[in-house]
Design a protein around this ligand. Structure first.
Ligand code: FES
Length: 256
């Protein structure tokens, strides 16, 4: 595990009781996966490989199962993001209600494109599929909070408030530098040669763009790193030996 995440064990120890409480609410422990990931993301600002491994250990799932779940949702960020994550809907209802103009306005105003973060680490920008708020187009999510009926004036007001630190929605926590991430060329996102959208021209090997591209494989390597040793296999899953500290925390209750 890299030095920059040396603080993770302390965070895990702090959040473990809350995780236990979440697990206790469900008949099957694995049902607590999404709330647990939300909990870690609310503290780290993104869903780190360490958080995914910890969730896997607590729920007796493989890290790959956790990673595949996390990668399914635009609600989870698998790489460090800016203080404000701006996710604009590009679905049909929003598209016919001015979303294309709004997206172009955001790109111009921020100087970044889809899946990019400003150099100052303040904004990450993403164009996402239908956000299920089609009755209030054009819409977006800011740090997962909805904003409806977008106009350029609303965008101006929003960006100004974020820059001034007065925007109503709280900024994302920052435990890792977002500045070097999401530097992805999106000029030709349609023809991606089989790579996932947003993963072209990833220049930073530590920038995980998703499965199917080199950066995504690197992310998986970080999740399933040498801290894990296989201790057994069932027909359904590989059972993992947790890193010492995680194991200690997870098994705490069993010894009492
Ligand atoms: S198309 Fe934008 S919320 Fe459905």
């Amino acid at each position: 595990m890299s030095d920059r995440r040396a603080d993770f064990p302390a965070l895990l120890a702090e959040l473990k009781p809350e995780c236990d409480a979440l697990i206790a609410q469900y008949e099957q422990p694995r049902s607590a996966l999404l709330p647990i990931i939300h909990l870690f993301q609310s503290r780290e600002g993104y869903t780190s490989p360490e958080a995914m491994r910890a969730a896997a250990a607590m729920l007796d799932l493989t890290p790959a199962v956790v990673e595949s779940t996390v990668s399914f949702y635009t609600l989870f960020f698998r790489r460090p993001v800016g203080k404000y994550v701006l996710q604009v809907c590009r679905g049909l209802s929003c598209s016919i209600s001015g979303a294309n103009d709004i997206m172009a306005y955001f790109r111009e105003k921020l100087g970044i494109g889809h899946l990019q973060t400003t150099q100052d680490g303040l904004f990450s920008y993403e164009e996402v599929e239908c956000l299920a708020a089609c009755d209030k187009p054009a819409c977006m999510q800011v740090n997962l909070e909805f904003v409806y009926s977008l106009t350029p004036a609303i965008v101006d007001e929003m960006i100004a408030a974020m820059r001034a630190g007065t925007y109503a929605t709280a900024p994302m926590a920052q435990t890792d530098a977002p500045g070097k991430t999401w530097q992805v060329d999106q000029n030709d996102e349609v023809s991606t040669g089989g790579k996932s959208k947003g993963a072209r021209d990833v220049s930073d090997p530590d920038n995980a763009g998703g499965l199917g591209d080199k950066a995504g494989v690197i992310m998986l390597d970080r999740i399933v790193d040498r801290d894990f040793a296989f201790r057994g296999r069932t027909s359904e899953r590989v059972v993992l030996e947790e890193p010492a500290q995680i194991k200690e925390l997870v098994n705490e209750d069993a010894h009492h």
